[in-house]
Ligand binder design. Sequence first.
Ligand code: F0G
Length: 457
Amino acid sequence: MKTIIEPFKIKSVEPIKFTTESDRERILRKASYNPFLIPAEDVLIDLLTDSGTSAMSAKQWAGIMDGDESYAGSKSFFRFEKVIRELTGFKHIIPTHQGRAAEKILFAIAGGKGNYIPNNTHFDTTRANVEYSGAEAVDILTAEGKKPDVIAPFKGNMDVGGLKKFIKEKGAESIPLCFITVTNNSGGGQPVSMGNIREVKKVLKSAGIPLFLDACRFAENAFFIKKREPGYSRRSLVDIAQEMFSYADGCTMSAKKDGLVNMGGFLALNDDNIARQARNLLIVTEGFPTYGGLAGRDLEAIAQGLEEVLEEHYLTYRIRSVEYLGEKLTSAGVPIVQPPGGHAIYIDAKGFAPHIPVHEYPGQAIVCALYLAGGIRSVEIGSVMFGKYDSTGKLVSPSMELVRLAIPRRVYTQSHIDYVAEVVLEVFANRRRLKGLRITEEAPVLRHFTAKFKPVS
Ligand code: F0G
């Protein structure tokens, strides 16, 4: 088989700034060893997130010029609505400025005290919006999804038995809706099988509970179904995505991922009553129902992006470039969550730097070392992001200490990925020299964004 190449030519380029190791030492110190505080200009390869960092196509940029900025009834809205309705089959399409705005509106209506919202794994903003409404967010993930070194095709699947048990325990009347996140970002970007979506739907249907998809990475999930699930290899990606949505009653979407845009999202659903309430809230918090929180040009770019994202050559390249990085790291012995997910590689920091105790944040130490060695920005997903203190002030750590290398869509080429692998391997070769960090300043919530650190001497 020949090399899988980037399925695009480059028409417009953005220079990246090279720095020396001593520059980066100074920059890192000034940023208090927190990658969120490093100016993006001082980053060579930015793998902080795949959200809102995609490169748009020439046709999307043409759509930006073509956007209709009318306050009401913009032609760009009707294109946006048509594309999403054809893809999802949902009756009501409600534009929002990003994914969490759709979540906020949905849970303000369907959440509330005494209610439970199950999910394979809630992403942070979904959990936060569920909890803000007074409801409880519950993760019901298949057991293999919690084991980083187990290789299985669909580690994002929901535990169907666990879901049945949960519904019996709490009663269907206290579960206004159930979510499935495709792919499962908080669980390593792992896909969910069509069989699992179908089974979950069956359980929910008999209990009268609607199913919603957190559809941020629906196209990447569809690609994994095509490649890994029996019976789907000859089906088109559009067809597979449509089948995924056909089992759901609605979805929330951050178009900043598989919408291939820098900003945008939507809420889509069939229920007339929820849709009416959602549009009323939308007018107060986002905008008129034919633009939500977006400009007409954004609606055009999203409509175009949603069509491009299901192209076979695009997804083949996309998933391959993540897998390629995963293979390079694995073959050199770097411990990562297996198999590689759709949008990111997750390094297992406890395996990488076992000499650093969790209260000295091994993930953060690796994040800093990757920046120092090669100007690569990544993010810690472990005790810095999710650590809590008990009543005695002792750190309570999550089960895994990870470093996420999220790959922006259509932005980097194979040689950039080769470079990333080289830098990770260099840091891995010198891993015994890595030193832990302590926190010198932190906010009471979401501390990872602003916390300040100092290396342990
Ligand atoms: N759901 C999932 C699964 C996500 O990954 C995100 C965002 C959201 C919802 C919220 O969407 O940012 O448009 O409000 N994830 C980003 C990340 C921030 O880096 O993984 P948003």
